[in-house]
Structure formats: structure tokens, C-alpha cells
Design a protein around this ligand. Sequence first.
Ligand code: ATP
Ligand code: MG
Length: 338
Amino acid sequence: MSIQNREVVLTGDRPTGPLHLGHYVGSLANRVALQEKYKQFVMLADAQALTDNYENPQRIREQVTQVVLDYLSVGLNPEKTTIFIQTSVPEIAELTVFFLNLVTVSRLQRNPTVKTEIGQKGFGLSIPAGFLMYPVSQAADITIFKARYVPVGEDQLPMIEQTNEIVRTFNRLYKTDVLREAEAIIPPIARLPGIDGAAKMSKTLGNAIYLSDQTDLIVKKVMSMYTDPNHTRVSDPGKVEGNPVFSYLDAFDPDKQEVARLKEQYQKGGLGDVVLKKRLIEVLEAFLSPIRERRKIYEADIPGAMEMVKRGCEEARTVAAHTMQQVRAAMSLDYFTS
Ligand code: ATP
Ligand code: MG
């Protein structure tokens, strides 16, 4: 298929901090594979990051560069993937405004991911309106590029569902087929737990191993990882479920047979946490070392990397502007074109 006819894939990350192993497992691994077959857009969601960081835009600004380096070092190739910054495409904000009419506040409050995050962030009753409506903005991100696939972690499923509801409402109300529904591509391990055993590794929760962490930090984090609290002696039988060390081995250890054997031994008793953690350190070091090598290369020319993002922003904007012409026409807002 020619490049022009390829289906579109879109995802993004909030530049709220460096990317971690959860991002890799949940989304980056799929993106690296998908860029070979699809037209891929990857967005630095700075506007979305501001919804809970509006007091500190400088921090978001700084993280953009770091996330770009993360992208390049895991193997996203700017020749194949258009990397761009959300606020450089103001058309997304325009589409968000139109979409907001199609969603109720109660529907947004029912979004399970948003609900969890509101609890975690301790907003209480003072929820910033911008935060509550970020799934609507995400619907605009996806649809303005007419994305067919969205490779994301499990926490993003409610967002795709909400996006598709908006698309159906829009197309029905304005009698058009300009917007299209999207489908999530969820990986086999859809949610990587944190080193503290929390259900999700997350920047905000401070329980992450970052792709840019150096060896000494990896050792420190892995050695401090939560395991089975009842597994106090080596001879005790231990729990594999809910034990993040095994979740990480499942995700990163290429020797699946050996992992299965270790699980069996752990459950029976006779396998200590330290031995297991040492294996995990080796596995993570093997996984991270080519990523570190590539990072070094890109770090040496940050202006070059940002120049590539600038070109990505221009390309993304052209596509978004084209969709917005169609959207305005569908909504009878195309005043001066006849
Ligand atoms: P924040 O705490 O700022 O929200 P985050 O760590 O949740 O950061 P996002 O930028 O919100 O990261 O998520 C980007 C992408 O990474 C999404 O597709 C999300 O599903 C995926 N992702 C994030 N954390 C995990 C995880 N622990 N396991 C699997 N996928 C994840
Ligand atoms: Mg998040």
C-alpha cells in the first residue's frame, strides 16, 4: 500500500516526566512495531499535561525534550513516525470546543480512569474543569488525524470508548461521515504495576523505573521492590500473582521457560527474593543498554532532534487543518468558502 493510503495510528504521552517501563510495555513497544506498517502520529500531550500542572508550565516545557529523547532512544524513527507537540496544532483545541457540546458533565464524571485519577490527585470537589474534560480533548487528538488504531495501555480504554461515542454523535447530528471511530490496540501485558506493588506504574505515583535510569538506580529500585510480604524465609512458599517482580520478568525476560520454572519454584518455596531480583536486574540491564546507547547519540544533538519535531508539528498541522475544513463544512461554519 502506498504511504498515502495507509491507515493512521495515533498515540501520545503527557510530558509530565520521563517515560518508564510501563509506557514501553503498554504502548511504546507497539508503536515501534506499528510504524513499519501504518502512518503513525505520536503526540507530546503538553496541553493535557497542563490540566493538572497548570501552575508549572516550565516543568512541562522541560519534559518535552526528555520525552523526545525517550522516543528516539526506544526506536521511534522520525522518517516513519510524525512526532509533534499538541499545542503546536491549535486546530485540536478548536475541535475540542465543538466536541464539548456533545458530552455531559455526568458522563465525564463516570469515566473510570478520570474517577481514579481525581481520587489520586486529591482534587476533592475542586476539580479543574480542564482536567475533567481531558478525555474530550483526547477525542479531538485522535479524530482530527482520523486515526484508526490507538496503541495504548488498559487505562486508556475508557477514553477510546468516549471518543467513539463523540464520533457517532457528531456524525449523526451533522449528517456526515468525516470523523471515524478508532480502535485500541492493547498489548498482552496491558498494565505494568509499580515497584511498590500498586496496580499501575505511573510518573505521578512515583513508583516507576524510567527508561533513562542508570544502572545504580536500577539496582536500587529493583532491590527495594515490593514482593510477597509473607515470603520472609527462602523456604517459604511465595505468591506469584500481584508480585511485580514476576510481572516485570513476564514483560522483559526473553526466556519464558525459565520464568515459568522460577514461578513454580517460588510458589513451592526455596527461591529467595534476592536471587529473583538479581535476575531481574540483569534482564532489565540487557533491555535498557541498547536504549541507553541510542539515547547518547541523540543527546549529543538536541537541537537536531527538536528540528525534527518542528517538522513533525508542521506536518501534523497540515493534516489537522484539512480535517477542520471538513468539520466546519459539516457544521455549516464554512462562512467564506463557497
Ligand atoms: P501521568 O501519571 O502523568 O498520567 P502516566 O505514567 O500515567 O503519567 P501517560 O502519559 O498518562 O503516563 O500515559 C501514556 C501512555 O502510556 C498511555 O497509553 C498509557 O496507557 C500507557 N501507560 C502508562 N503507564 C502504564 C503502565 N503502568 N502500564 C501500561 N501502560 C501504561
Ligand atoms: Mg496517565
